[in-house]
Design a binder for this molecule. Structure first.
Ligand SMILES: [Zn+2]
Length: 238
């Protein structure tokens, strides 16, 4: 009898860990979202990709990156954190003036799973508000901090009619100090329609900036174009 009880207990324990594993995998995947409109890549025929930079604005790195992008006439999308927007509004104006797109990456970069709907909503709205005060007028797309999302965040985004922008190429640039490693990782995976995840936020983004330059040089040579998320969405619909 006792043995039987132990089996039941172990089965429940096993089931519990299995469900925990499944929920965590769903929350952290960049490939899938339960509800709402989300994109890990774009269906395009043209040789075009979307470079995305997260966690800024972050002077002087964001400005240095803008100079590199301008050199190649490449457009990118910056998923910015509200707290940094508040601190560096001039950088936001510069990003906009140079024809890049600005997306919302929450207010405090807290992970938004297992949080109350009110908290999740305020994280999105506060950053939208700051951006609209700085003249960001068009539809503002969203990228979840760490890419984590379960049910509440996708539901709120769907209600706000916001698109969730994920990625399919992630070199983990923040963990690599060698620009060549970042560049080669991306070059191996890149395809028309790819969304590349990079970072202009954080302590030192020099290797990301150097990798971006090398990448633009190489891919432009291969005939690739570098477009904002909204431009890619338009291409996809054509
Ligand atoms: Zn981030």
């Amino acid at each position: 009898m006792l043995l039987y009880g132990n089996y039941i207990f172990l089965s429940f324990l096993g089931l519990f860990f299995f469900l925990w594993y499944v929920i965590n995998t769903i929350a952290k995947t960049s490939k899938f979202q339960i509800i709402g409109e989300y994109f890990t890549h774009f269906q395009v025929k043209e040789k075009a990709i979307a470079l995305t930079y997260d966690d800024g604005p972050n002077p002087p790195y964001t400005e240095e990156l803008l100079n590199v992008l301008a050199e190649f006439n490449a457009k990118a999308t910056f998923f910015v954190v509200g707290e940094n927007v508040k601190q560096y509004p001039e950088t936001i104006k510069l990003i906009q003036a140079q024809g890049h797109e600005i997306g919302n990456h929450s207010y405090s970069h807290s992970q938004l799973v297992f949080k109350t709907p009110a908290f999740v909503k305020s994280e999105i709205e506060k950053t939208d508000q700051l951006l609209s005060e700085l003249g960001v007028e068009k539809e503002i797309n969203f990228r979840a901090p760490f890419g984590y999302k379960l049910a509440i965040l996708p539901y709120i985004l769907a209600k706000m009619k916001k698109k969730s922008i994920l990625w399919n190429v992630d070199p983990r640039d923040y963990a690599l100090s060698d620009p060549n490693k970042i560049q080669n990782y991306i070059l191996n995976l890149i395809k028309p329609g790819s969304i590349v995840l990079l970072h202009d936020g954080g302590e030192n983004c020099s290797s990301t900036i150097i990798a971006t330059k090398g990448l633009l040089q190489e891919l432009q040579g291969q005939g690739y174009q570098f477009k904002t998320v909204s431009e890619m969405l338009l291409l996809q619909n054509n």
